[in-house]
Write a protein that binds this ligand. Sequence first.
Ligand code: UDX
Length: 458
Amino acid sequence: SSNGGAPPPPPRRRRVLLFPLPFQGHINPMLHLGDALHARGLAVTVLHTRLNAPDPALRRPEFRFVPVPDGVPRDVAASGDVIAIIGAMNAAMEAEGAAALRAVLLAVLADEAQPPAACIVFDANLLAVPAAAAVVGLRTLVLRTASAACFRCLAAYPMLHQRGYLPPQESKLYMPVEELPPLRVKDLFYSSLSNHDKMRGLLARGIEAVKSSSGLVINTFDALEAAELERISAELNVPMLLAPGPLHKLSKNSRSSTIIAWLDKMPSRSVLYVSFGSLASMDAGEFLEVAWGLANSGHRFLWVVRPDSVRGSSDGPAGLPDGFEAAVDDGRGKVIRWAPQQEVLAHRAVGGFWTHCGWNSTLESIGEGVPMICRPQFADQMMNTRYVVKVWGVGLELEGELERGRIERAVRKLMEGREGEEMRERAVELKEKVADCLKIGGSSQIAIDKLVNYIHSA
Ligand code: UDX
């Protein structure tokens, strides 16, 4: 040949655009996906709204960050009502044929200092993206940050209405949903919400957005949800279905903190980590019960209390009850405002996680072999709890009213009981499966390979 056997030129560098929904539980997995793609040589541009814009200190210097007008009115943003915020954001972004979003996309595409953009990966809730991307000639991929089981359940929403499971009726809450074992009516996504008609419309559009995209990326892994992934492939016409999770394990971004030094002094598996994610909250009475339940358990604990964790006390951390510190003798408990959660769960001193079962927290716990006490509140958290307890056997559910005696018993059961020990063993087995899927040739690495190949061919 004319080039005398010289190696072929390296493929032209490509760029991928990412657009996460602006909530912690959605931003984190999207950025972790970005880390994995960047590690494979792709350039990454992150679109972000003004609302909850990523903290500049936590932004990756190797990514570009581009703001998009979100149009969420201040009072809606301040309400903290996630569904209302998403609704307002979608309405504003879709206004005038998504003019503002299209303008941002065109400017990003025209930036010749950057490698050519191959596609945009957007959060499944950002419904304005598909049409805007189509107009500017950009292919789309959808990222779902919840489980495969959750997506399957959402896709089954019309059926669940037809067959009378939804809207949920008080008398049927414990009825099994035969089509989606092991879920019961009370575990269904959004069964806690009232506006089902609006929800149905949104979900139907979300499913259409997936079908019209080039592919669907779900933050899960084959060995965890094989059956659910198969059912999605069989039942929905998704061109490319990828499960490269747990995404946080593909990212090398880690943060140190003084709390790690505190954990370093604790015996192995002796500390219960307590955190309810970035959104869930409780009232002042429940807060007291949690404080006394933890204190009375006699176990070591690390408890995250965000400034807005207790309803009605948004201007400062809720006060701990009198006598609490004296009851937590030997400094065996710590209360902090925010934790480097992945590092905490990975620490050998942590032996259990009391969680609200947001999907990220669930995956992060599984990834480190830490068994859970589950206290779900809304959205997908009930169904995640059901899988943790019934399918994977790596946790117990704390049901009913939050009451100190009940909390104390749950903590003891997990931290010192035989049942807790069995859950811990199964959690460690799952952790090994996570390690397998992340190895070269493992299912998650293969999924990332496919994604990278797609991006280079697009
Ligand atoms: C929301 C929903 O509530 C959840 O059900 C859905 O699956 C995703 O979106 P959130 O409630 O914040 O998320 O929970 P979760 O999914 O667990 O995400 C929280 C993230 O914040 C995790 O990545 C966790 O590591 C991080 N976090 C939380 C910290 O880093 N430090 C903390 O102190 C608390």
